[in-house]
Ligand binder design. Structure first.
Ligand SMILES: O=C(O)CCC(=O)C(=O)O
Ligand SMILES: [Mn+2]
Length: 237
């Protein structure tokens, strides 16, 4: 496997972006996330075949997969409770690295034990492809495979180590990607071994300030129809 990622427009790899102390603090925060929203094993749509990774989420929305399909939803599939909040340090990282005007709405937490992998796929369940995907790797190194927008495009593999941050934006936002395998024993961060990957995602298209003001006005008029009818007349009396 090449040590270097391919140079593609919109692909940004920040090796070691998170220092060890930050990684440890993040793992402690993720333990709280998992206590509130336990890891679950998603299954493939239709076939019901279980994923080899287990998952949970934080943020207003979380990504889930079950026999009915892939989707974002506001609650944990087993507990029915809202997902816990995205840790502030991840929101700050999103702002610093992406510069995107709106915050992420979902943070998917994937846990890879030894032997877990993720097939080549695109992240396309979001409404807003203008927003980047921001990924944070913790624990054992993963062999990440990256292709192009077409499934048949050539692919290359490169390692993602603990503390690495990867951004897929612009022309790379819809690039195919996956995890071939985990390299056990490559990190001491997680006492039991394994790899955690976090992906921060903007799901809905942000409403601009201008649109928000217009929507507010429209809502106000709908709630108070009388005002709309009487006011103009009142002004001319
Ligand atoms: O584990 C990774 O680095 C990638 C995870 C991923 O592609 C996903 O959760 O959609
Ligand atoms: Mn993905």
């Amino acid at each position: 496997m090449s040590k270097l990622p391919p140079s593609l427009p919109g692909l940004t790899l920040l090796p070691g972006r998170l220092a060890r102390a930050e990684q440890e603090a993040l793992v402690a925060e993720l333990r709280e996330v998992v206590a509130a929203a336990p890891l679950f094993t998603p299954v493939m749509p239709r076939t019901g075949k279980p994923f080899s990774v287990c998952m949970t989420n934080c943020g207003p929305l979380g990504w889930v997969s079950d026999r009915a399909g892939y989707r974002y939803q506001a609650t944990h599939p087993a507990t029915g409770r809202p997902w816990p909040a995205i840790p502030a340090r991840l929101l700050a990282l999103w702002d610093e690295v992406t510069g995107y005007a709106a915050p992420p709405e979902a943070c998917l937490v994937n846990f890879y034990g030894e032997g877990a992998k993720m097939g080549l796929h695109q992240d396309r369940d979001e409404e807003d492809f203008a927003a980047p995907l921001l990924s944070v790797s913790l624990g054992d190194t993963g062999r990440f495979r990256l292709g192009g927008v077409e499934r048949s495009d050539p692919t290359r593999a490169f390692p993602l180590a603990s503390g690495d941050v990867l951004m897929l934006s612009g022309a790379s936002r819809l690039a195919h990607h996956g995890i071939d395998r985990i390299l056990p024993g490559t990190s001491t961060l997680l006492s039991g071994g394994g790899r955690i990957n976090l992906t921060l995602r903007r799901v809905t298209t942000p409403v601009s300030q201008h649109e928000a003001a217009q929507n507010r006005d429209a809502g106000e008029q709908q709630r108070q129809p009388g005002r709309q009818r009487h006011h103009p007349g009142g002004l001319h009396q």
